[in-house]
Write a protein that binds this ligand. Structure first.
Ligand SMILES: [Fe+2]
Length: 214
């Protein structure tokens, strides 16, 4: 990582972690079709377990599904990764010489369902696209939220008023939101308490950097 932020007084921020959170134009129009597509797949396939508890996790073959809406989602994933590559490497994605491969899977969480804390080993970027977020119970403020953990070892040991160290980041998803983070970043999804369903497509990007990265 070559991210560097200069502040006044000689202060630098080191070991920054880039996270993208974005709502792509056209997402709201795409989501009803994606809901149907995911429901059809759930009906046809029991899926696999992985990190999900109390929900459905498809096979990791979503990018091979033939519907054009999946193609649109692929384009947004590529755009999101390109957006992150520039501040991370200092080069436009094309200039890095990296070739990307995406694996993706759909998730449906129903009331009580959640994802255990996990990382995505062996990948570079990971993300999630929110198709539907249901209607979380207002008495459960963390219901269905994505929690990102501070990756710095033992940062909570620094006693400081209103410390920024070791604090988790909670993301309140809305339909059409894409969130992307480094695959090593630990994260979990709080139990979905509320009405309806929380439907997402999660993905990993592997990058073959060949011999041009140095
Ligand atoms: Fe994940």
């Amino acid at each position: 990582m070559r991210i560097k932020v200069e502040l006044d007084g000689g202060v630098r921020l080191l070991w920054s972690t880039p996270v993208l959170q974005r709502h792509f134009e056209g997402a709201d129009a795409l989501n009803p079709a994606l809901i149907d597509i995911v429901h059809q797949r759930e009906t046809a396939d029991v899926g696999i377990g992985k990190s999900v508890v109390g929900g459905w996790h498809s096979r990791e073959d979503v990018m091979a599904w033939p519907e054009p809406e999946i193609g649109q989602l692929r384009d947004w994933i590529v755009e999101a990764v390109k957006t992150l590559m520039l501040p991370t490497t200092g080069k436009a994605a094309e200039a890095t010489g990296a070739a990307g491969t995406i694996s993706a899977w759909a998730n449906i969480l129903r009331p009580g369902g959640y994802h255990r804390m996990h990382t995505h080993p062996g990948c570079v970027w990971s993300g999630v696209y929110y198709i539907e977020t249901g209607k979380p119970d207002i008495d459960h403020p963390t219901a269905g939220r994505l929690e990102l953990y501070d990756p710095r070892t033992a940062v909570e040991m620094m006693a400081l008023p209103e410390t920024p160290f070791g604090q988790p980041v909670l993301i309140d998803p809305t339909p059409g939101m894409m969130v992307v983070f480094p695959s090593w970043l630990r994260h979990m999804v709080h139990p979905f308490v509320g009405e309806g369903e929380r439907i997402t497509i999660a993905w990993n990007m592997l990058l073959d950097i060949g011999t041009t990265n140095n």
